[in-house]
Design a protein around this ligand. Structure first.
Ligand code: AMP
Length: 282
């Protein structure tokens, strides 16, 4: 596995492959890798000649300095996991290399996707995501890029970014990879106390219950039931639970035939924020 810390070195290395007309798959991450990330690498490897993974904790997508400062970093373990997964290139840029001397996000219009759910609770988050993803696409110029459905809103926003800017990359959504007890794998899980970790599977259990209720109850009833059950949970604080149209990400109050819906949730365990979602069938 090649490791590059400077974009100039990476682009000069990749230029050798471009002339040979091979396909480049790309998996952007913020590190503290787990099997969820590795599942994206495996999907990329099956479809591309070369797989590039980036690790960059992007300052402009954090709306809380505390969250940014506490974001876990496990670079030796990440490198070992990526080697074992057969990753071809690891890109580890510095903030200076990406942002030069201006650590600011560009402003994007994602047709309203950016104002729903995470957008309401994490001001400016998706401008930061758009900035880093677009920058990394420009450096790496991948044919295919892989994003987890764990961050479903981010996935839809990246698709919008590509459409609106006519970027020559295909975006692929990959299934949420879970622990055996259902908890969606996340770099933030390592920060949970033992008690919080034991409580956390309740998040996915609530989503599954919501999906079961959704087939025969009204949306209001499903939302109320989930909210009430969280009120009884001493370790997990519900930030939002919402049922939304999968395409517009707008919260819905009525089911309509022919539409696709998903339930989205954000929960605090202490000061650690966890998100998850589930597809709903009518
Ligand atoms: P992150 O390092 O958290 O920014 O995540 C990098 C990529 O991995 C994003 O596309 C995430 O959606 C994806 N990802 C993170 N956790 C999971 C998971 N449990 N299952 C699938 N994809 C994931």
């Amino acid at each position: 596995m090649y490791i590059f810390k400077k974009q100039a070195d990476l682009t000069s290395h990749l230029s050798k492959f471009r002339t040979k007309n091979l396909s480049i798959g790309f998996v952007p991450t913020m590190g503290a890798l787990h099997l969820g990330h590795i599942s994206l690498v495996s999907i990329s490897k099956k479809a591309n000649t070369i797989t590039v993974v980036s690790i960059f904790v992007n300052p402009t997508q954090f709306n809380s300095k505390e969250d940014y400062d506490n974001y876990p970093s496990t670079i030796d373990n990440d490198t070992a996991l990526l080697k074992e997964a057969g990753c071809d290139i690891l890109f580890l840029p510095s903030s200076d290399d990406i942002y030069k001397n201006q650590v600011v996000a560009q402003h994007f219009d994602f047709d309203g996707l950016e104002f729903e759910m995470e957008g309401k609770h994490r001001t400016g988050h998706f401008n930061g995501v758009g900035t880093i993803v677009k920058t990394l696409f420009e450096i790496i110029r991948p044919d295919n890029a892989y994003f987890g459905e764990k961050d479903f809103q981010q996935l839809q926003i990246v698709k919008k970014l590509v459409d609106k800017n006519n970027l020559a990359v295909r975006i692929h959504g990959c299934p949420v990879y879970r622990e055996k007890d259902g908890l969606a794998m996340s770099s933030r899980n390592t920060r949970l106390t033992r008690q919080q970790r034991l409580a956390a599977p309740f998040i996915f259990a609530s989503l599954q219950k919501a999906a079961a209720l959704f087939t025969h109850k009204s949306i209001d009833q499903v939302v109320l039931q989930v909210e009430n059950e969280f009120k009884k949970n001493a370790l997990l604080e519900l930030e939002y639970f919402t049922i939304a149209d999968e395409t517009t990400l707008r919260t819905v109050s009525k089911k309509e035939p022919g539409k696709s819906y998903r339930a989205f949730i954000a929960v605090y365990a202490g000061n650690i924020r966890l998100i998850d979602n589930i597809k709903l069938e009518i």
